[in-house]
Design a protein. Structure first.
Length: 199
């Protein structure tokens, strides 16, 4: 697996089904440069952990939008399978009309460029936070049985915004509204003296 943090996000053009249900053949990641992007991969449509993750992202879409962040899902399924999954009710194992795009990676080139190919040929559960300059700032990768925590990605978006706006760094367990620290010894000492019991 490659570590992409601090590097430019690998761009791609592929077919996708959009939030409004339309299908496009030329969905390009770099068209969203200037906004933050959460790009997440999952193994397959019509499986088990995957719909819970898709719906967890869907239910937090407003929170991501308020943070000027785009959500994009990717798997190796075709655009037609994505469409069928969207048109299957949640109670029947589908995802319904989710409000973000699902990209098709049938050639496996996208997941390969992000370094998250599972030995069986599907994608690992990789999530990538890409900043406005198209640089990867955070990534996390889970094996198939381990569903990811979408709230943790929201926390990382907050942390990135805090650092960008204030120039301060975010200590362990930082949440929006918490103190940060400057990158010098005095600031670290001051922070630790106040917060050591909460770490």
């Amino acid at each position: 697996m490659s570590v992409l943090v601090t590097k430019e996000a690998p761009d791609f053009i592929s077919s996708a089904i959009l939030a409004d249900g339309s299908i496009v053949e030329d969905f390009q990641l770099s068209k969203f440069k200037g906004k933050k992007i959460v790009l997440f991969f999952y193994p397959l449509d019509f499986t088990f952990v995957c719909p819970s993750e898709i719906l967890a992202h869907h239910r937090r879409m407003k929170a991501f939008q308020e943070k000027n962040t785009i959500l994009i899902g990717v798997s190796i399924d075709s655009k037609h399978t994505h469409n069928a999954w969207r048109n299957t009710k949640v109670n029947d194992g589908g995802i319904g009309s989710i409000n973000f795009p699902l990209v098709s990676d049938m050639s496996h080139s996208i997941m390969s460029s992000y370094g998250i190919v599972h030995p069986e040929g599907t994608a690992l559960r990789g999530s990538f936070l890409i900043d406005e300059n198209f640089i990867v700032r955070h990534q996390v990768v889970n094996d198939h049985p381990l569903g990811r925590n979408v709230d943790e990605m929201l926390r990382m978006v907050d942390a990135l915004d805090f650092h960008t706006e204030n120039g301060e760094v975010c200590p362990a367990g930082w949440n929006k509204g918490d103190d940060g620290m400057h990158e010098n010894a005095n600031s670290v000492a001051e922070y630790l003296s106040k917060n050591i019991s909460n770490l």
